[in-house]
Each structure stands twice: as C-alpha cells, then as structure tokens.
Design a protein around this ligand. Sequence first.
Ligand code: AMP
Ligand code: ZN
Length: 111
Amino acid sequence: MSDCVFCKIVAGEIPSKKAYEDEQVLAFYDIEPKAPVHILVIPKQHLAGAAEITAENSAVVAHVFEVIARLTRGLGLADYRVVTNNGADAGQTVHHLHFHVLAGGRLGEMA
Ligand code: AMP
Ligand code: ZN
C-alpha cells in the first residue's frame, strides 16, 4: 500500500535498523522502544492487521513465529513477549500486520 509506513520500510523508502530479512518477512528495531529490546516482525505482504489473517494467507504468520524463535535465540533472548494490536482501541497505530517482540528485562504484567 502506497501510504503505509511499513510497506515503505519493506521497499527501502524509509530507513530501518534491520534484525532479519527473507523473502516473506522483515524484522527491524522499533523506533520508540517500549522495552530494552523491541523488534517488530512483519510479513512483507500488506495485511492491515490480525483480523485479515485467513486460511489462505496464514502460512506467513507461522513463518513469522519461526523467525521470532530463531531471531531471539540468536540474540540470546530466552524470555520475551510477542504482541499484536488489532484496531485503534487496542493501540494499533500502524495498519500493517506486525508482531512486537519485547525482551531484555523483567516485563510488566499485561495479560
Ligand atoms: P502499534 O501501535 O501496535 O501499531 O505499533 C506500531 C509501532 O511501530 C510503534 O511501536 C512505533 O514506535 C513503531 N514505528 C512507527 N514507525 C516506525 C518506523 N519508521 N520505524 C520503526 N518503528 C516504527
Ligand atoms: Zn503495509
């Protein structure tokens, strides 16, 4: 989508600090970290949020979680939290499906 910040990051039109990339997925550091380590993992394909996950496109979500497991292992992070916000009331500000990976210390209770 042309006006989507994360699509622009995927296209290289907006810079990011990349943590991992393959054909389907990009991981990069959040610009406003909410934990000592805060990485966003996104499918390169534009989906507005978790509510757009279907039987047809859900393979990329499984891949995202494989990437998260490998990436955190590589960074020596045994303990981490994965969060996705769907919709404005849940705190979603960027409407391109993304998974927050929060780690690097004792995280406050959330759910
Ligand atoms: P959410 O509020 O769940 O939609 O999360 C969006 C996240 O994207 C926030 O944590 C922002 O700090 C982060 N963010 C927004 N723009 C950028 C950017 N250009 N590079 C890295 N992270 C970003
Ligand atoms: Zn997008």
